[in-house]
Design a protein around this ligand. Sequence first.
Ligand code: GLA
Length: 373
Amino acid sequence: MKSIVYCLLGFMLVFAVACNSEKGLKDYYKDYYYIGVAVPPQFLEPGKELDLIKKEFNSLTSENDMKWMNIHPEIDKYDFTVADRLVEVGDSNNMFVIGHTLVWHSQLAPWVFKRTETGDPAVDTLLVDSLTLINRIHDHISTIVGRYKDKVDGWDVVNEALNEDGSLRESNFLKIAGDGFIANAFEFAHEADPQAELYYNDYNLVEPAKRDGAVRLVKSLKDKGIRIDGVGIQAHWELNYPSLEEIEKSIMAYSELGVKVSFTELDISVLPSPWRMPSADVSIRFENNETMNPYPNGLPDSVQTALADRYKDIFALFNKHKDKIERVTFWGLHDGASWKNGFPIRGRTDYPLLFNRNLEPKKAYWAVVDLVK
Ligand code: GLA
């Protein structure tokens, strides 16, 4: 009798372990918020990366392929190849698909502000007038959002339109079309897909001055009766920056406006930041040397643990405010695929994500899971 009981218990244990290994972050966090990932095109094809994406995540963002320069490289030419594939993968796996991003001053196609398409640089340096630019923004948004109507769930409509002091960035969008381009962009997106959620997305949105600027921006859109569903805090963070206090203040400030908060591009660099070093010589700080690239051959246990602790603190805060948070998206699938290896200094070895270069979960992964187990 005893041996039967032991046998049964053993079987149950094996079964529990097997079931557990089937679980991904998205399952542990199913009562919290979406867990997303940003991906390059090659991870959307069958392979171990796609298997990992399907297991762990329930929201998908294209890392680069829905940006203006890639999806709409010429005035009358769109390239939907990668975006179509991303949307297909997302929809066939019940994922919350994000369109990133419609209006952004960076990674923009060179023709957008040019008056003519003569090919003569002397003429082509002239800028378009305001109405032409607004019409171009309209064509861009209605074509793309219209194509993915009912398939893309939420759009980063405008990306990075604020300066650090909270004022509007002097991009050509602002200079040519005036501050109305932001409201116009949201209206065009809403008109093209009335069901889609619409977001404002930016970095440093937990810094007090910039946060105030974003609060003003969201309020001004709402006052005009324009749909905006959420604020996307990019969250390219570090081991000691920003403080949990400022993150929490930001979650509160945005949610008090009646919009959802998402952390849309989370990664935590373990490398020294050239902007936070006490060196006077900027060029030295930006060089790839031993000081700036201390772990080319692997991450010491102590730093692995510090990263796990940092992720744990951050997710504990997110979880406390799960009613206000819609999504947390990681900017990259694994350490080897992170843009942080090349920015702000080229050729470094960073470890900012939850999966290592062999696609295995790191200590930080288990720290995040343990919070909700
Ligand atoms: C910004 C953009 C992203 C991406 C990252 C860096 O945060 O919003 O699309 O380009 O920079 O990779």
